[in-house]
Write a protein that binds this ligand. Structure first.
Ligand code: ATP
Ligand code: MG
Length: 405
């Protein structure tokens, strides 16, 4: 009988890395540790003993921690391919057999299991018995130890996996898939322009899934936009932080800039000018905070400001690369993804958006760069950007509670 619950955490793409593999594995170990630390004390001999061995991560947890909570937290860590709750035995056929019998007896009691098949894998090639033979021997022991069971090689109720390693052997029968991706922090840091809408939280999540740490910037037009709209964005950011851990968000009032644009530039150009200023401010904040890229939730052709021409004019305002992970997705696909990750319900809460405050009746869909630059030159761009950055506030976004899925 194992004194602790054991979980095998498998890595996904991390396993494909070459020379850098130990680095990715160490990062993933750190991420798993921080994801689980809210469930108990992490450390050698503590509530949660988390170690790395032969490309896998093992979590040994005291039995008073709910196993489902451990699995749910671990599968949400970027870079984790799957998690299995397992039992472990010393790597001898007698010890494995005894654990397998106990394991199957429990499944008979809990689930009324009637048939099984053993699938053994010998990772330790020095072990004197080969995998198919291990399977047969353990199967025979289970048949003797659990009288009600029969073997079914085609469609068993339980496929009992026996993973034989050098010092320990792990026994389990199911796995829960993780999100995949790469451990957070293995791919730099990006500044996400986070509105209160559906798209930008998904964009943030997708880049974080590729290992990018986040910092965020949100623009509002107070008092045209409300305090409640601000709170909503903070809550929305918290749902992203449920996957990434805490990050910082800069909150900037864009109203003085919008007023200048409305006063000095042609009406149909308003949106594109606003977008350029958002980018310039975000880039300034990104540089000051160690980010290598900007991230937006733009998606080709979705609205007037997201035509190819408009994106070119927007990009021209900054030199930093702009990552647009949603660029080739349909709105429906983005909405589905938002539901999967748990941000959708918060996103569709009604709110005022700073972009809609001075929305032109007929926005230019094919803006020309030279014209835009010409009208922009009537503004004190540098002064406006500087004042906006200087007057912003910074909040710490902490992980929120995702809706039940
Ligand atoms: P979303 O659902 O993310 O609001 P959208 O379809 O409404 O996207 P736009 O309003 O044109 O599209 O914005 C495009 C992108 O610009 C957003 O995905 C976001 O990255 C950024 N953005 C828009 N408004 C804001 C804002 N108020 N604060 C920060 N970023 C913004
Ligand atoms: Mg928006």
């Amino acid at each position: 009988m194992n004194e602790k619950n054991i979980f095998i955490v498998r890595t996904g793409e991390v396993a494909l890395k070459g020379m850098n593999k130990p680095y990715f594995e160490r990062m993933l170990l750190d991420r798993v540790k921080s994801a689980l630390k809210e469930l108990g004390e992490v450390g050698r001999g503590k509530d949660l003993d988390i170690t790395r061995n032969e490309g896998l991560i093992f979590v040994r947890a005291s039995k008073n921690i709910d196993p489902d909570r451990i699995v749910n937290a671990a599968v949400r860590v970027f870079g984790v391919a799957s998690v299995s709750k397992a039992v472990e035995a010393e790597s001898s056929l007698d010890a494995i057999g005894a654990e397998a019998v106990e394991y199957m007896n429990r499944l008979i009691q809990e689930k009324g299991v009637k048939t099984f098949k053993v699938e053994a894998k010998r990772a330790d090639k020095t072990f004197p018995v080969k995998s198919p033979e291990i399977g047969r021997i353990i199967g025979a022991k289970v048949l003797i130890g659990c009288k009600v069971l029969k073997v079914d090689v085609h469609d068993p109720d339980v496929l009992l996996k026996v993973d034989l390693r050098h010092d320990r052997t792990y026994i389990y029968d199911s796995k829960v898939n993780g999100l995949g991706g790469l451990p957070l922090g293995t791919n730099g840091k990006g500044m996400i322009l986070l509105s209160g809408g559906i798209d930008s939280p998904v964009a943030a999540w997708m880049m974080a899934k590729r290992g990018m740490m986040l910092e965020a910037v949100h623009f509002h037009s107070y008092p045209y936009t409300s305090e409640r709209a601000r709170e909503k964005v903070i809550e929305l950011a918290g749902l992203v932080a449920a996957y990434t851990g805490k990050f910082r968000m800069h909150i900037i009032n864009l109203l003085p800039i919008q007023e200048e644009i409305v006063k000095n530039c042609p009406e149909e150009e308003t949106t594109i000018h606003v977008r350029r200023f958002m980018m310039m401010i975000a880039e300034r904040l990104a540089m000051a905070n160690g980010c290598q890229a900007l991230i937006t939730g733009e998606d080709l052709g979705q609205v007037a400001s997201q035509t190819a021409e408009a994106l070119v004019v927007t990009d021209n305002s900054v030199t930093m690369p702009v990552f647009r992970p949603l660029i080739g997705m349909d709105k429906i696909e983005i909405m589905d993804r938002a539901m999967e990750i748990g941000t959708y319900e918060k996103s569709i809460e009604p709110y005022e958006d700073c972009c809609t405050v001075f929305l032109p009746k007929h926005p230019a869909t094919k803006p020309k760069l030279d014209r835009i630059l010409e009208s922009e030159s009537r503004l004190d761009v540098e002064g406006l950007v500087e004042r906006a950055v200087g007057s912003g506030e910074t909040v710490i976004i902490t992980p929120g509670r995702l809706p039940e899925m």
